[in-house]
Structures are given as structure tokens and as C-alpha cells.
Design a protein around this ligand. Structure first.
Ligand code: DAH
Length: 357
């Protein structure tokens, strides 16, 4: 920095002042230093201000020429100051742009979306297939009375068929002491509940959770879903049962499926059957097939014509009305469809499993 001179200014001294001030300014790289520079040249006691003030000591002729030079010098330094500030600001911007660079080509972070549980998906798929055939969907209580879970389904107390369902009893009885409470072992109790509340024609499916007092293994869970079906009306025959369930099998497992019925026993139907589809893995060949265990057939549900005693129980005229019922396990159907080897995967809450659906 040049010390303010006490000598009267000359053209040369003004020129020198411009050169040295400009050279100094060129070397400054932060705004604070630039401001100090401004104070020392252009401030109230700055070098150039002093020059302008000392003009009065000159004679008139000199004052005019030197005065003009001094004013020019002021303008020049002010312009260079402005330019330098601008340069420093731009440099700072360039630096931050190169350091904090935003890569707009990076893929975004995907939002974590939830998904439907495989059981929910398959239950919906099953219900949709029946809805397309004119069935409605109803749900019922998971805590149920013995009356609906067994009695109304032609399974009286002490009947050996009760052994088919290992029951979780709830520690509650109705005041009469007759009716025990339980966790429903199947969705079939909704058959009686629906029929009690409606008049035929009835066509409903009942999806829902069931519970059994059971040791778990690859094919048994203590809680699982079922989808029950019920159709009651005038003149319903076993042919209707066959046609409906055949259509369901085709919708669920593909157009080419064959179905097979074999006699089976359920107390609430007569005749009772189990329905199988020909194995979609080996196309019914059987030989060495893991899915159907060499048989060529896969059982997918129980079904039958509603037992007259069940219809009588809800007060229907058995001369007028007949019907069919069926029940299936959606987890089992999902296991077949997706090749899942252990039913316990469904409710183990392992995201590696759940994310696959
Ligand atoms: N409720 C039976 C079970 O849990 C399944 C079943 C079989 C339901 C035959 C039906 C049926 O409606 O007709 O094993």
C-alpha cells in the first residue's frame, strides 16, 4: 500500500498510484482483503482521496489538469474494484460448483412400497374366480360357537368326526353351559350362519382365518386360511357342483386342467368328495414328479352336496332346496401354484420370502 503523500500531486504520482493500486488489487483473492484495499485508496483517508484534497494547494492551471487526472484515476480504480469483486465471486461459484457437484444422471432412490401378502393375493384370486361366476363374498367370526362350528354341521357332541378337527377351545361358555366357544377350525360354520339369514337362491364364498391345535410341519400350520363356498337353490345337483368347480380349476390353474372327484367323508355333505386337478407340473404323467408325488393328481379341496340335516337345521324345506358346498386352503393352492415347499414360510415374516410375490 502506498502511504498518502504530503507532496503536491503530479501527473506522474497519480499514474504511479494507479499502477501500484491496480497491481495490489490483482493479487487479492478474498472480498475482505479487497474491502481493506478500497478503504486504503478510496476511503475517507485513502491515498486517492488525499490526492483529491490536496488539489487546493496547486495553482489554477495545474489544478484543472491534475484534478481531471485525479478524477479519472478515481473512476479507473472504482471500475477495477468492481471488476475484481465480480471475478472473486465467480471464482467462488465455480469452486463450489465443482466441489458440491450434483449428478443429475444418478438414478433416484426408489420409495419403499408395501406389497400384498401372498395369502391375500391368492385369496383374492380365488374369490374373484367365483365372483365372476355370480358368487358373493361374506366373512364371519373367527371366535365361534361349538353350535356353528360343529352342531349345525351335523357333527354332534361325542361324534367321532369331531376328531377330524383338533380344536383350540376358548375358556368361555354361554350361561346355559351348553355352548362352548372355540377358535373356528374351518370356515364351514358360515354355511349355517348365511343360510339362517337368507333365503335361497344363495351363492357365496367365505374367505377367512382358521385355527387348529396342531403341531406345525411343512404342511401344517396352527393358523391358516380357508375359502368356503356355498350354493343353495331349487334343483341344484351334483352336476352343478362339478361344473362350477371345474370352471374354477381352469381359471386358477389353466385352461387345460382336468379334474377328478373321489369319495370322501365330511359329516355336512352327502355325497362328499375330494377334488383333484391333474398335475400342472408333469401334466398328469406322475413319473418322478415332486409336486404330485408320482400320482399325476393333486388334491385341492373338499366338497359335496349339502347334507339334508344341515338344510333342516336352518329350517329349509329339503324337498324344495338342495345345494353344494366346498372348502379349500389358499396356502395350499399358493404352494402348488408357486412351488412353495413349506407352509410355515407364509407366517414367518421373512421379507426374503414375502418380497417374491
Ligand atoms: N371344512 C372342511 C375342512 O376343514 C373342508 C370342507 C370339505 C368344506 C367339504 C366343505 C365341504 O364345505 O363340502 O376340512
Amino acid at each position: 500500500m502506498t502511504e498518502p503523500s504530503t507532496q503536491p500531486p503530479t501527473a506522474q504520482s497519480i499514474d504511479d498510484l494507479i499502477s501500484s493500486a491496480s497491481a495490489e488489487l490483482e493479487n487479492l483473492s478474498d472480498l475482505e482483503a479487497v474491502d481493506q484495499w478500497r478503504v486504503s485508496y478510496l476511503g475517507r483517508r485513502g491515498a486517492l482521496t488525499t490526492v483529491l484534497r490536496s488539489l487546493s494547494s496547486l495553482d489554477v492551471e495545474e489544478r484543472r489538469t491534475i484534478g481531471a487526472l485525479a478524477n479519472q484515476a478515481k473512476n479507473t480504480l472504482e471500475e477495477r474494484l468492481e471488476l475484481r469483486v465480480q471475478q472473486i465471486n465467480e471464482a467462488a461459484l465455480d469452486l463450489s460448483a465443482s466441489q458440491d457437484r450434483l449428478d443429475v444422471t444418478l438414478p433416484g432412490r426408489p420409495a419403499l412400497g408395501g406389497g400384498l401378502h401372498p395369502t391375500t393375493k391368492i385369496v383374492r384370486e380365488i374369490c374373484d374366480a367365483f365372483v365372476a361366476m355370480g358368487f358373493g363374498v361374506v366373512e364371519g367370526p373367527e371366535v365361534e360357537w361349538d353350535h356353528y362350528n360343529f352342531e349345525m354341521l351335523n357333527i354332534p357332541k361325542g361324534h367321532p368326526a369331531r376328531d377330524m378337527w383338533n380344536t383350540l377351545w376358548v375358556d368361555y361358555q354361554d350361561p346355559s353351559g351348553e355352548n362352548n366357544m372355540l377358535l373356528r377350525t374351518h370356515t364351514s360354520p358360515m354355511q349355517a350362519r348365511v343360510m339362517e339369514n337368507r333365503e335361497p337362491p344363495i351363492r357365496v364364498v367365505v374367505p377367512g382365518k382358521c385355527y387348529r391345535y396342531e403341531a406345525t410341519d411343512a404342511t401344517h400350520e396352527w393358523h391358516f386360511y380357508q375359502v368356503e363356498g356355498l350354493a343353495v337353490g331349487e334343483g341344484i345337483t351334483f352336476a352343478d357342483l362339478k361344473g362350477t368347480l371345474y370352471e374354477f380349476a381352469r381359471r386358477m390353474f389353466g385352461e387345460d386342467r382336468k379334474i377328478r372327484f373321489r369319495c370322501d367323508y365330511f359329516p355336512f355333505v352327502e355325497p362328499g368328495v375330494d377334488m383333484s386337478i391333474d398335475c400342472f407340473a408333469c401334466d398328469g404323467d406322475g413319473e418322478g414328479c415332486r409336486i404330485c408325488r408320482d400320482s399325476g393328481w393333486i388334491e385341492i379341496m373338499g366338497a359335496g352336496m349339502i347334507h339334508p340335516r344341515v338344510l333342516e337345521g336352518v329350517g329349509y324345506d329339503t324337498e324344495k332346496y338342495t345345494g353344494f358346498a366346498f372348502g379349500m386352503g389358499p396356502e395350499r393352492i399358493a404352494m402348488l401354484k408357486y412351488g412353495i415347499d413349506d407352509i410355515r414360510h407364509f407366517y414367518a415374516n421373512d421379507l426374503r420370502f414375502l418380497r417374491q410375490f
